[in-house]
Design a protein around this ligand. Structure first.
Ligand code: HEM
Length: 223
């Protein structure tokens, strides 16, 4: 049963929709959390510390955070594997044997594929930058994310990488939210306009909320 669902196109699209929505929930929370940077280092660093103690005393230090990390990794891997398999299937299903006659993938499909690749690379860079500090520009200090974020956005390439990735994220969510609604059967003729508006508003709010942080550092509002 599970095998049949996994092998079917609609099964893979459902996995993409559900994993996408899980990541979207995380992103809304992450974006709101990031905005606390505008209230200064004490509040921001305290919030980062709280992320590690959520659920205590029932949970041990960092257990809830690790639970979230595991769910996110499963969601990212499932999303990427299904995207890859669906796109292989799509290419194989095209009728023509001749490369020059092959119909080009639509604008939305190409944007989703390239956007997905950019976001995958961004997540790796972001974790090496602000979680492990491996590629961080300044002297990375674990437990002091405020200063780490300021250091990242004090370099031109930090600003470029994050702003380009956030624009890709906006486009990806705009189309992805809409596609997920269709896959999960929420779409209908009457509801499609409202769903498109919701997708646009969500994409715009997330992109603007995330980009506010590098812009805050670039303009000296956060320093
Ligand atoms: C301007 C945009 C962003 C900023 C300023 C930012 C900031 C941060 C910071 C400071 C941390 C480390 C938190 C800590 O260790 O306490 C972090 C972790 C993380 N961020 Fe972001 N983030 C941004 C965008 C994103 C986006 C778009 C994604 C996903 C596509 C993302 C995914 C993550 C993940 C998965 C973690 C690791 C959480 C963990 O396991 O500890 N971030 N981010």
């Amino acid at each position: 049963m599970a095998r049949t669902v996994w092998d079917s196109t609609v099964g893979k699209k459902t996995v993409m929709a559900v994993s996408g929505l899980i990541m979207l929930l995380y992103l809304v929370a992450h974006m709101i959390g990031n905005l606390k940077i505008f209230f200064g280092p004490t509040e921001f660093n305290h919030y980062a510390h709280w992320l590690r103690t959520v659920g205590e005393p029932f949970m041990h230090y960092e257990w809830t955070l690790w639970l979230i990390r595991v769910v996110l990794v499963v969601a990212v891997v499932a999303h990427a594997v299904c995207a890859y398999q669906l796109s292989r299937r799509d290419i194989r299903a095209r009728p023509s044997k001749y490369v020059h006659q092959r119909p080009r993938a639509s604008y939305a499909t190409r944007t989703m594929r390239w956007g997905g690749i950019i976001l995958g690379l961004f997540i790796v860079w972001h974790l090496l930058d602000l979680t492990t500090g491996t590629v961080h520009s300044g002297g990375f200090q674990a437990g002091h994310p405020y200063q780490n974020v300021v250091d990242t956005f004090s370099t031109w390439y930090g600003d470029v990488i994050y702003i380009v990735a956030m624009l890709a994220l906006g486009l990806h969510i705009r189309h992805g939210f809409w596609s997920a609604a269709q896959t999960l059967g929420v779409g209908s003729r009457a509801r499609d306009r409202a769903l498109k508006t919701a997708a646009n508003v969500l994409a715009l709010l997330l992109t603007a909320g995330f980009i506010a942080v590098p812009v805050g550092v670039m303009t000296g509002v956060v320093s």
